[in-house]
Design a protein around this ligand. Structure first.
Ligand code: SF4
Length: 490
């Protein structure tokens, strides 16, 4: 099954068709600080971002947009801008004249009922009708100004009406998308790009595969923006992004990508280009892809080992190699990784998704400098639980505390807390959703303050950011078998 996306013009660039994959990112400045925001857009453009998204939180942010355009013009930088909108469709309508694309989130575009209230059939229908009225107004404004719309579904902020019917599944994410896409289609508005992201890599991959199948069935051909949301920081974030984005690109899915790494967005761009390079080298033809997708994945997977001097396993130098081996023998025991897979991105794309679904037990790679990487890969793919797991959002103009430092502190403090998941999230857009899937969490509340969460519920509100990790450690230690002494020695 091959998916051909139509071309969608966004300012001077085109997404879709046979065009190159467009690399994009997002600022993490306050958008109403036009000087800092312009500076970061220029920094991103210099390293190769072709499109830049900005958080629009209020009318002050909207008012900053013409100033940012003017400053970019003065500096001779021409780059399309995207307004990122949550909760307030009026802001989307207000932003449409000043940007080349507006991103809306079906999870919070309009919500009729508060969380935990049950949706009846008629509530569901009423909410969709109310969304339709607002969405059509946005479409009309975008049509007037030649502005594209990205419908951006996020697993951390799915609408309650959908969660109650479908749970937190790839089907739920695709359903949230289809509702919005069909409204645009009915309005004969096709200036649309779509995205489905989740912090869970396998859900991101499966949801995008399902989306493509549903789009082909329905006759839709909108370009797909790929990303693994809240991928985290450092190598962990790179591995998650390489597996999630790289696997799909190698299958021919995806027209524009954003790598979400916690901290400065500038460092995302070289990773994004590396993922594109590697996925193109690992491109899978559709007939092999179909045979691979027809395989049943395994429910229980053995512990994985980095083996040495194990000659009996086949050599793998590409995604094609490993998928052909699995098509012939889904219970393949192990593989030797070729030195042709030259870095962490290459190996993550070739092995990552496979390790999550098939019972390989032994990976041979004698390059000693990659030992720590493999330890992390086996953890990120859920095969060996070596320590705690961390989720953190990339940060954006909605972040009101130093999330990069906080994430580092959380990782340093809790890395040995085996089996626990910690989420560090900037704001309420995706924060509560992600934190409810983690054991413990930290969520930005107001400038310099955060809420602490345990088991999805707020336990302490508005803690100064400098005290948060220490306080969270006391809570975690009280609740678990861990104590300060064991952590200090780990
Ligand atoms: Fe921005 Fe993080 Fe909030 Fe997402 S969760 S909107 S990246 S601050």
């Amino acid at each position: 099954m091959i998916y051909y996306a139509r071309e969608v013009q966004v300012g001077d660039i085109v997404i879709g068709g046979n065009r190159s994959i467009v690399v994009q990112s997002m600022t993490n400045t306050f958008t109403d600080d036009a000087i800092s925001t312009t500076r970061q857009i220029i920094d991103l453009a210099k390293v190769g971002s072709k499109l830049v998204r900005l958080s629009i939180r209020n009318t002050k942010d909207v008012q900053a947009l013409p100033k940012i355009h003017e400053q970019l013009k003065q500096k001779g930088v021409k780059i399309p801008l995207v307004a990122d909108i949550h909760f307030n469709h009026e802001l989307a309508i207000l932003s449409a004249p000043y940007v080349q694309k507006v991103r809306v989130n079906p999870g919070n575009f309009f919500i009729l009922k508060s969380k935990d209230e049950l949706y009846s059939e008629s509530d569901y229908k009423n909410e969709l009708e109310a969304i339709g009225e607002r969405f059509v107004r946005l479409i009309q404004e975008c049509r007037r100004h030649g502005t594209a719309i990205r419908i951006g579904v996020n697993g951390g902020s799915l609408p309650n009406r959908i969660l109650q019917r479908y749970g937190h599944t790839p089907q739920a994410m695709v359903q949230a998308m289809l509702e919005f896409v069909s409204m645009a289609h009915q309005e004969d508005f096709h200036h649309v790009v779509v995205s489905i992201k989740d912090s869970n890599v396998i859900k991101t991959i499966d949801a995008n595969r399902l989306l493509v199948r549903e789009f082909i069935k329905a006759g839709y051909d909108y370009p797909i923006h790929l990303g693994v949301t809240e991928a985290g920081s450092d190598l962990e974030g790179i591995i998650r992004s390489a597996i999630g984005i790289g696997t799909l690109l190698a299958e021919g899915i995806g027209n524009t990508i954003r790598v979400s790494l916690t901290g400065s967005p500038v460092k995302e761009i070289p990773v994004a280009y590396e993922i594109i390079r590697s996925s193109q080298k690992n491109y899978i033809d559709s007939s092999l892809n179909q045979k691979y997708l027809n395989l049943n994945s395994y429910q229980s997977l053995p512990e994985l080992n980095l083996c040495s001097n194990y000659e009996q396993v086949p050599l793998v130098s590409s995604l094609k190699d490993i998928r052909m081996l699995l098509v012939n023998n889904p219970s393949l025991e192990g593989v030797r990784v070729s030195n042709d897979l030259k870095n962490e991105v290459d190996i993550s794309i070739v092995l990552g998704e496979v390790l999550m679904k098939f019972p390989l037990a032994c990976i041979v790679d004698e390059r000693e400098n990659l030992t720590d990487y493999y330890r992390l890969l086996f953890q990120v793919t859920g095969r060996n639980i070596n320590g705690a797991e961390f989720i953190s959002c990339p940060s954006c103009g909605r972040t009101t505390f130093d999330i990069e430092t906080m994430t580092k502190q959380v990782k340093n403090t809790f890395f040995s807390y085996k089996g626990l998941t910690f989420a560090v999230m900037g704001c309420v857009v995706n924060g509560p959703g992600e934190i409810s899937r983690a054991d413990y969490g930290i969520l930005g509340s107001k400038s310099g303050y955060v809420h602490l969460y345990a088991h999805g519920k707020i336990i302490i509100k508005n803690v100064p950011e400098r005290e948060a990790v220490k306080l969270l450690k006391e809570i975690v230690d009280r609740e678990t078998k861990y104590h300060s002494s064991s952590t200090a020695s780990s």
